[in-house]
Design a protein around this ligand. Structure first.
Ligand code: F6R
Length: 327
């Protein structure tokens, strides 16, 4: 199977080790001391790197983990925070600006990247960087980035069910759903309903549909979607509905069953995707892989190259020369 999905289990283990091996507590950058228990963790990054933060936040639900997808980090972030700047290429301006802004303000920063300017800017200032192996494109390097971040954070927090999150990847690889779901979606806009505690799966699927299948997609997160998105089912649109069924807590599991019933009352174009695994991490890794395979199959059905993302390159080229915002 192309695009490296079969390598995920191996890369997950290796990358976890890479992150874990970095002993942050021994590091000092000028007056910034990394030997502390952060009161919050801010994970920055965009696109295929940014989704890593979403998965970590969902997986470590209840901990003080904040996701930031923009240039300069929020004003309240200070020396009691730890900023984890994730950029596959190391060339993403938003992430570089955020990391440098944080360091300038005395906030401990650690980079997770394959190299690029992020690595050289951070290393040049003595700040720690985890260098992960390369993949075909950032989104295909999800296990490399995600497990390196989890390895890093394992010094501060307990990461539930790491082994299970790797073993469910085999189930996703063996699943026959991707071919069937890709045929179901061809020619339509997917609308993806997911519970808030597993929202990263829905966003990752949307991003993979955008980038691999060149397809727009709508994400509807429950319970908020119960108050707006759900009304769209009243009219027939060129939309196919996907319900992400997982396990979070009794209330949200009940709400998702109720949403499924309501959508099915209006439309027969509904597919339910059942996530495997007991922890949120396992479910999200399983869903990311399974639905990634769907997006690649859909690209095949459209006869397009999943890897090319020309408009992203054009936009990156346009902003390459601009300065970081001053705030
Ligand atoms: C995903 C992809 C983009 C990038 C994003 C940020 O495969 O190509 O979503 O992830 O443009 O770039 P990086 O990840 O290099 O920081």
């Amino acid at each position: 199977m192309p695009y490296g999905y079969e390598e995920w289990p191996k890369l997950s283990l290796e990358s976890f080790k890479l992150g874990r091996e970095l002993n942050l507590r021994s590091i000092k950058v000028g007056s910034i001391n990394y030997d502390f228990e952060p009161s919050n963790i801010v994970i920055t990054g965009m696109g295929g790197s940014g989704i890593v933060g979403d998965i970590v936040r969902d997986s470590l639900w209840g901990h003080n983990i904040i996701i930031h997808k923009d240039f300069n980090i929020p004003k309240w972030v200070d020396s009691r925070s730890l900023v984890v700047a994730v950029s596959y290429s190391g060339e993403t301006l938003e992430t570089i600006c955020g990391a440098l802004d944080a360091l300038r303000r005395g906030v401990p920063v650690v980079g997770v990247t394959t190299g690029g300017r992020l690595a050289s800017e951070l290393e040049g200032r003595g700040a720690p960087v985890v260098k992960v192996p390369k993949a075909i494109a950032p989104r295909f390097g999800l296990p490399n980035l995600l497990y390196a971040v989890l390895g890093l954070l394992s010094h501060y927090l307990t990461i539930p069910e790491i082994d299970e999150s790797i073993s469910v990847q085999g189930d996703a690889l063996r699943s026959e759903l991707p071919g069937r779901l890709a045929s179901f979606l061809k020619g339509y806009v997917p609308m993806i309903f997911a519970p808030i505690g597993l929202q990263a799966v829905a966003y990752r699927f949307k991003n993979d549909l955008n980038e691999n299948s060149k397809t727009p997609a709508v994400v509807a997160i429950v319970p908020e979607a119960d108050h707006n998105d759900i009304v769209a089912v009243m009219l027939k649109h060129p939309v196919k509905y996907i319900i992400i069924r997982g396990r979070t807590d009794d209330v949200h599991d009940y709400l998702m069953r109720a949403v499924e019933e309501v959508v099915k009352n209006y439309s027969s174009d509904v597919e339910v995707v059942e996530l495997k695994g007991s922890s949120r991490l396992s479910q999200e890794v399983y869903g990311s892989m399974l639905l990634g395979l769907v997006s690649v199959k859909l690209a095949e059905l459209y006869g397009i190259d999943p890897v090319r993302t020309d408009p992203i390159n054009t936009l990156k080229e346009k902003i390459r020369g601009i300065n970081c915002p001053s705030n």
